[in-house]
Each structure stands twice: as structure tokens, then as C-alpha cells.
Design a protein around this ligand. Sequence first.
Ligand code: SAM
Length: 340
Amino acid sequence: MTAIDTLGRPLRSLRLSVTDRCNLRCHYCMPEDEYVWLPREDVLDFEEVGQLTDLFAQAGVDRLRITGGEPLLRRDLPELVRQLSRRAWVRDLALTTNGVLLADAIEDLKRAGLHRVTVSLDSLRPERFARLTRRDVLPRVLAGIDAVNRAGLPNLKLDVVVTRGDNEDELADLVRFGQSVSAEVRFIEYMDVGGATRWRPDAVVSRREMLERLDGAFGEIRPIDETSSAPADRFRLLDGTTFGIISSTSEPFCRTCDRARLTADGVLLLCLYAQHGTDLRRPLRAGASEETLLNLIRAVWQGRADRGAEERVGLRERGSYIPLRVLRKDAHLEMHTRGG
Ligand code: SAM
């Protein structure tokens, strides 16, 4: 039976982080020179991931998104995908990646049963990409996107975090690029999550401003009327091209959030802004019964009352959420550990 929280939100989707390591250093996520990583021995093995995801399924989950860190850094990821895709309850199995290692992995991932891919791509200009991610690898990401299409995997999405002074002048180019590679582009407002230590209000390009800029480039933009728990509001251009905007900062959507997050070391988080999580690894490794673990997952979700992004909007003064000295003491507060 589906677990329902105190605000009536059902548990439906699980973001599964498979590593906290990343091969990019995006300025809005990992801007520091050094990080404290999760101890390797704490990272769940595939059997443990399978056990826990099966319990989440019993509590309502039928959609899985594999994320990280950079999930393609996880050794043998296609094997995990193969094990997860075989489960009868999995209705949607997606991967969020920065695309750097995608070209070499996509055939194996497809064969393993992956349904779809979302690639993060914040700029089409090589020098800008290198500045924003601190790695000069745009051609590899573009090759990864090309490889997804050649492999014939449908429903490709491109996620763009828009930050002022960095890429707000590229929105139209990115939409056109999306058209050219049969991908739907989704623009994401810059969030003040843990790890975004350089966040400031004036660096946020709001949904409204994005629409104004796109309106100037393409003419009339129509909202697509649909009911969905997906975070993006979708729009259509006159030529039929669609794109999305995820307005987590200016107009958050906590009321429809049906997502739980599991970190690579088995901590259950209910909200990107959560200060604490629930450790499932310890009871799992201590031999807790399925029933005990399932009751724990259900109880945590049923007690859920958070509206993290909405509460942030209400603040009079807003700066980066978690100070660096606190992040250094607890890797679980970092966005790259939570998986976005
Ligand atoms: N490495 C993979 C990738 O790049 O897509 C997956 C992990 S990444 C943490 C997941 C998502 O979080 C990405 O789409 C990224 O753009 C987003 N993200 C990270 N920090 C963010 C921030 N401060 N504001 C908005 N989105 C953010």
C-alpha cells in the first residue's frame, strides 16, 4: 500500500544516488577545491540497493532515477541497471548524468534495460562550459548525447541550471540544440541547496525572466496544460517544440512532491533541504527483518511534513543555505551526496 504523508503526498518516486563522487566541479554544486567523501565501506552494494528499493516499492515507489555524484563513475553500473530493470514493479527507470562518460556506456545501459536518460548541459560554448564545470569536456558530453540517439533511447532530456552572468543568454540556443537532438530542454532555477556555497539571490534567473527571454527569441509561448507530479512546467513554441522550466526557487512545488532520496550509503532523505535523514544501512547490515525496514520507511514517509523550498521562499533574507564549515562536517548535507 502506498505510504501517504501528513500533507497527503503519496510516495511514488525514488532518486537513487549510487556515488557521491563526480568528475565535474559545477559552480552551483561543487565549487570547492576539496570535499569530504563518504567512506567507501559505507556505500551500499548492488544487493543492498536491490533489497532497499524492493521495500520502497512496497511503500509505493514505481519510478526510479539513478543519480549521484556522477552515476557513471559507479563501477558496473549497467549490472545494477540490469538488476533493477528486471523488477516487475519498475515502471520508469531513468538516469541523470553529466554525460561525460555516456558515449561509452549507453549501449550497455540500454541492453541492461534503462528506459531513459537526462543529461545536464549548461552551455554549448566550450570555453564557458569549461569555466562553469572546471573541466574542458564539452565535446565528450555532446558525443554522449549523440550516442543516446544512435542507441535509440527515447525521451532524452537536457537539464540546464540557469545562473545570471553565466548562461542566461544561451536559453534560445539551448532550445534549438534540443530540437536538433530530439531532446526536451528543462531550465532549472538556481537553488540555494547545501553545496551551493556561492548562491545569492541576484544570481537566480527566475522562471518569469526565462520566459521573457524565450518569448523575445521565439514569439508566442503557450503553457501546456497537464496534471503531473513532474517538477517541470512545460511550454510549447509555435512550431511545436516543447521545453520545461523547474522553478524550485521562485515558485516551488513542494505540495506535489512524491520523491524520496536514498544516498549511496543508504540514508533516506525526504527533501533536498532536509537537515537530517534516516540511516537504513545500519539496520539493514545489522540484519533487521524486511518488515522492520519496511515499517521504518513507511513511518518516515507518513511523518513527512516538510516543504523545504516553499519555506525558503518565505525568508526575508536569503543566502547560501548551509555554511561551508557545517558542510565539511557532514557530507550528507551536500547536493552531490543527495543526488539532486
Ligand atoms: N552528475 C549528474 C548530473 O550532472 O546530472 C547527477 C547529479 S547532479 C547533483 C543532479 C542535478 O542537480 C543536476 O541536474 C544538477 O544540475 C542539479 N543541481 C545541482 N546543484 C544545483 C543547484 N544549486 N541548483 C539547481 N540545480 C542543481
